[in-house]
Design a protein around this ligand. Sequence first.
Ligand SMILES: NC(=O)c1ccc[n+]([C@@H]2O[C@H](COP(=O)([O-])OP(=O)(O)OC[C@H]3O[C@@H](n4cnc5c(N)ncnc54)[C@H](OP(=O)(O)O)[C@@H]3O)[C@@H](O)[C@H]2O)c1
Length: 408
Amino acid sequence: MNRFAFIIHPIEPEDVARKFPFARWLPVSWVERLASGLPPLVASEITGVRSATGAETAGWFVAVPLSSRLFLELPEGRVMSKIVGAARLAERLGAQIVGLGAMTSVVGDAGVTVARQVRIPVTTGNSYTVATALEGVAWAADRLGYDLHSLPIAVLGGTGSIGSACARILARQGYDLVLAARRREKLEALRERIKAETGREVAVTTSVSQALRQAGAVIAVTSALDALIEPRDLRPGAIVCDVARPRNVSRQVVEARDDVLVFEGGAVQVPGAVDFGLDFGFPPGQSYACMAETMILALEGRLEAFSLGRELEVEKVEEIAHLARKHGFRLAGLRSFERALTDEELDRVAERARAARRGARVAVQVAGAVTGLPAGQMDGPQAGQAVGQPEPSGRVLATLGTESLDSP
Ligand SMILES: NC(=O)c1ccc[n+]([C@@H]2O[C@H](COP(=O)([O-])OP(=O)(O)OC[C@H]3O[C@@H](n4cnc5c(N)ncnc54)[C@H](OP(=O)(O)O)[C@@H]3O)[C@@H](O)[C@H]2O)c1
């Protein structure tokens, strides 16, 4: 049996309290400081992962005790030495492959430096994260009866490792896109690349809110520490897949916008009677896609640096999606802010989303009649235009398949 390890860290202060309940009573800054002085440690043992093929794997969560904020604020050298320390601990434990979770794959060069300093292969898990984000968006649109071709899809963090792979795949599939990030030169380079690869023009912007105002669906995958998506930014009936950890979507969105579907990208049902030995906020048996990639590679005996560095290969995204299905991994039901969305809730959102889109369309038509402009001219994919969109029609064609999603 091949064994794996996965490097994690506390994403929110509550994550520390889940493992050490006394931390709940301490100020967050104390918890952060106390934890950051600790060396990497074994957080738990993972048992019971059993593939549909009968293969088995087991492993460990190894924790780097730094909060998301400290990953970005401490000197990079100090952060990297903690991650390398964790990877070496994984090697000493007997892991034959190690995965990098959340910020441990965002800082530095997305695993390349870590991989040079250990003898076992390192993977970021980002290929399977891309596959599950795309699959989740396609499934959610289908469930809500929304045609993803009717308006641009926004990718926030579109120039990042996960975001750029999402964008390149969606462009190949013929979707209109608007990509947002802070650095314009990287956005322009990606725009050129996508044009060369697909012949398609994509819109780019350094303004997240401009991107959101154009988009019918959103994949949020920035490395920002604070929420970027507020209720007022989203179009009527928008679908938002929040892949980022920490989250990109403000909790107020679900409180203030009952016409909008927000769900967490990358929640995966793991095959077998898996016991993670640790509560990371998911129901039993479910993991993040990046964790799942490491398990899939261990089960398949592909002990290699499958996803390493910022540049992901589209073919590998397809391959890991195929291997996931082979071993019985599948997208878990949609979750929002640590809660599974029920069928009834999805029906309600679908209804309100339809009504909101219809209302917006009528508003645009009325405004068009008043101003003398045709409605279409006010509803195009340019940044900063009036909110409003055509009634969605048709079903979604998802190259990566939607059949594997469980109902919650
Ligand atoms: N759910 C899962 O299973 C899973 C798995 C792996 C990773 N993740 C999460 O996914 C996120 C992205 O990971 P990654 O490896 O793709 O990171 P990355 O390669 O560093 O990319 C981050 C992207 O975000 C942009 N960005 C950062 N701050 C921004 C801001 N304030 N406004 C707009 N854009 C901003 C960056 O561009 P600029 O710097 O130019 O702005 C870049 O495009 C992280 O939160 C990570 O924890 C989730």
